[in-house]
Ligand binder design. Structure first.
Ligand code: C2O
Length: 370
């Protein structure tokens, strides 16, 4: 019997056959200079690297609050956590300096791939983007919990997809003596609603002159477009496949819509144009600004919303989410006990198993179909 069927969706990212196993695997001992010539290698592990294990499921959930809603007590605690992290000696793999180095090394080509010494590991502009950054936040948060002796501690997210949260959250800008402050930011943007379509150097809001539309509402439409209209299936949402032996992630590969905007645009919105867009606007320095971890909290939350509220049909996600080459890709981190661990993309998908959730807030762009 012929039946009406939806068109078969073509996998632009075909799951590889078992013979063709090409998941990117990080060679920790290969760390060298980045593409920009920086040396930002985290300390070389002196003990054996173990496979990362999901935490025991009995520990209490960590609930990540929206930064603009956090109360004084929470803010004081977060400041203290970052202060302690910054006070660790630079060479400690858990120090703030090394958290920033970790991002610099991974995002800027310091590591090479197991089996492909001439190929670098790149975690931007492709399907490793969401899992890598989820893991970076996971370990960052666990380290802060350890430093505070509070395993329930959760990092705040910058709720830039909601009008009351569209400015840099106060906790990062209000006090230049606080551990959350960073001088290398665009001074004109500290208290201004972000422009999700920001182009460096172009300070006119993207609102067409003749319209009276607020930047808030343009941002909501932009986010709807990126999350819904431009992200209809996994190969669009996640960006291009990136397999072992794919050497130059920057040629011919593309980031998913959310990675490009608002992720990249908000990075450049924060960076200081008087200092070459440091910190947030530059791969090598972005994670030196504490706001990086809250920006990525919201990027991570977008991943969750896309899977749970927008593209709920696993058929539309399987081109990437069933691909062994994606699931087996892996990165190395130091856990909160300074144990080096190899973390696989497959263990990053279920964030609740990683022990955290996001505070529930309105998602106003759901109704902002342009
Ligand atoms: Cu690895 Cu927002 O950057």
């Amino acid at each position: 019997l012929y039946k009406f069927r939806p068109p078969i969706q073509k996998c632009l990212v075909p799951p590889s056959s078992s013979k063709d196993d090409r998941a990117v695997s990080t060679n920790m001992t290969s760390c060298g200079l980045t593409d920009d010539g920086d040396n930002c290698c985290p300390p070389m592990p002196s003990t054996e690297i173990k496979d990362f294990k999901l935490p025991s499921q009995s520990s209490p959930m960590r609930v990540r609050p929206a930064a603009h809603l956090a109360d004084e007590k929470y803010i004081a605690k977060y400041k203290e956590a970052i202060r302690r992290m910054k006070a660790l000696p630079d060479e400690d793999p858990l120090s703030f300096k090394q958290q920033a180095n970790l991002h610099c090394a991974y995002c800027n080509g310091a590591y090479s791939q197991v089996g492909y010494p001439h190929c670098q590991v790149h975690i931007h502009y492709g399907w490793l983007f969401f899992p890598f950054h989820r893991y970076q936040l996971y370990f960052f948060e666990k380290i802060l919990g350890m430093l505070l002796e509070d395993p329930t501690f959760a990092i705040p997210f910058w709720n830039w997809d909601n009008p009351p949260g569209m400015k840099m959250p106060d906790m990062f800008v209000e006090d230049s003596n606080s551990s959350l402050y960073d001088v290398l930011r665009n001074a004109d943007h500290l208290r201004k609603v972000v422009d999700c379509n920001y182009n460096v150097g172009d300070e006119t809001y993207s609102s067409p002159q003749e319209s009276q539309e607020s930047q808030e509402s343009i941002n909501l439409k932009t986010i709807y477009r990126q999350m819904v209209s431009n992200s209809k299936n996994a190969e669009l949402f996640y960006g291009s496949a990136y397999r072992a032996g794919d050497c130059d992630a920057r040629n011919g590969s593309y980031g998913g819509p959310v990675e490009n905007c608002p992720h990249n645009t908000i990075h450049s919105w924060c960076g200081d144009p008087k200092n070459g867009e440091e910190d947030m606007g530059i791969f090598a320095t972005a994670a030196r600004d504490p706001i990086f971890y809250s920006h990525h909290g919201n990027v991570d939350r977008m991943w969750i919303i896309w899977r749970e509220n927008i593209t709920t049909d696993p058929e539309k996600r399987k081109c990437v989410e069933d691909s062994k080459d994606w699931l087996d890709a892996n990165f190395i981190f130091y856990d909160e006990n300074r144990q080096p661990v190899r973390a696989y993309v497959r263990d990053s998908l279920d964030y609740e198993k990683l022990g955290y959730v996001y505070e529930k807030v309105d998602i106003p762009w759901f109704n902002e179909k342009p």
